[in-house]
Ligand binder design. Structure first.
Ligand SMILES: NCc1[nH]cc(CCC(=O)O)c1CC(=O)O
Length: 310
């Protein structure tokens, strides 16, 4: 057996491992390498360690990436595989996104063992989610529902549903598809009804900036339309999260050389929201995201944007 020449780092959750295996398969195929030329290193992150508190309490973004980025800096791995949804908008100096894989389904799945969709939930039903975005979005259409925090990986949350801890939950369709659990989906929520999180469904490959070998290795895996869509979504998020701590959704689609972006900010109780949409040339993805955020900052009710609202 030959020694591994490419070292990829990942979290150890079943979803993270499925994503790492997909990356290994794509790399092997793109470069005609045997699988054992690519090593997968599992790295435990703070987000994996702390399972008893809401993510928003312990710091949110970066919780699932920091230790993996440290391994890049320490030269223990060459490529880090991340759900881009979990990545900070500002990468640490010295690291870069080398490629963005073709996006999986970006929408959210409604999952319930008894009820067909959000509208069919009985008055006051308990919904479990750890996402402030999903909480505020579901409360904006169903203020009567009771939303409880639902931590843990995808399988854990599905088990909590079976155990009757909640009557319904929401999970990203992308994660369920990658885990082969699409059969658990009760209904896919249209993006119009529940605008996805920035970068939901996209996998990013992070490398050391200036590592030309790694850059050349991952480049063939890049999907340009996904990279552009995610650029717009993350620009929107970056500008807003610097100015407010409120649930934020952002979703872009590419059609030829046009990019259509929709963004949304909500108060946590879902009672107030501001929607924005912008279209422009796809090679101005970053500017489109920023302009949409500027519109929110100048037009949305300051009560939504207040730092205290989270
Ligand atoms: N924060 C957890 C997380 N990060 C990425 C995904 C799903 C996969 C994706 O969006 O690519 C999930 C689980 C979920 O939201 O259901």
């Amino acid at each position: 057996m030959q020694a591994a020449r490419i070292r990829i780092g990942t979290r150890g959750s079943p979803l993270a491992l499925a994503q790492a295996h997909e990356v290994r398969d794509r790399l092997a195929k793109a470069h005609g390498l045997p699988e054992d030329a690519i090593a997968i290193t599992i790295i435990k992150t703070t987000g994996d360690r702390v399972t008893d508190r809401p993510l928003s309490d312990i710091g949110g973004k970066g919780l699932f990436t920091k230790e993996i980025e440290d391994a890049l800096f320490a030269n223990e791995i060459d490529v880090a595989v991340h759900s881009m949804k979990d990545m900070q908008t500002a990468l640490p100096d010295g690291l870069a996104i080398g490629a963005t894989l073709p996006r999986e389904d970006p929408r959210d799945a409604f999952i319930s063992l008894k009820h067909a969709n959000i509208g069919a939930l009985p008055r006051g039903a308990v919904v479990g989610t750890s996402s402030l975005r999903r909480k505020s979005q579901v409360l904006s259409v169903r203020p009567d529902l009771s939303v409880i925090d639902f931590r843990g990986n995808v399988e854990t949350r599905l088990r909590k549903l079976k155990d009757g801890v909640a009557e319904a939950t929401f999970l990203a369709v992308a994660g369920l598809n990658r885990l082969g659990l699409a059969d658990r989906i009760t209904a896919i929520v249209p993006a119009e009804d529940m605008l996805p999180a920035a970068a939901q469904g996209a996998i990013g490959l992070e490398i050391r900036a200036g590592d030309q070998g790694a850059a050349a290795l991952v480049a063939p895996l890049n999907d340009a339309p996904t990279a552009l869509a995610v650029t717009a979504e993350r620009a929107f998020l970056a500008r807003l999260e610097g100015s407010c701590r409120t649930p934020i959704a952002g979703y872009a689609v590419i059609d030829g050389d046009r990019l259509s972006f929709r963004g949304q900010v909500l108060s946590v109780d879902g009672r107030q929201r501001y929607d924005v949409s912008r279209t422009g040339p796809s090679n101005t993805a970053h500017e489109i995201g920023l302009a949409a955020a500027d519109e929110v900052l100048s037009n949305a009710d300051p009560a939504i944007l207040a730092r205290s609202s989270a």
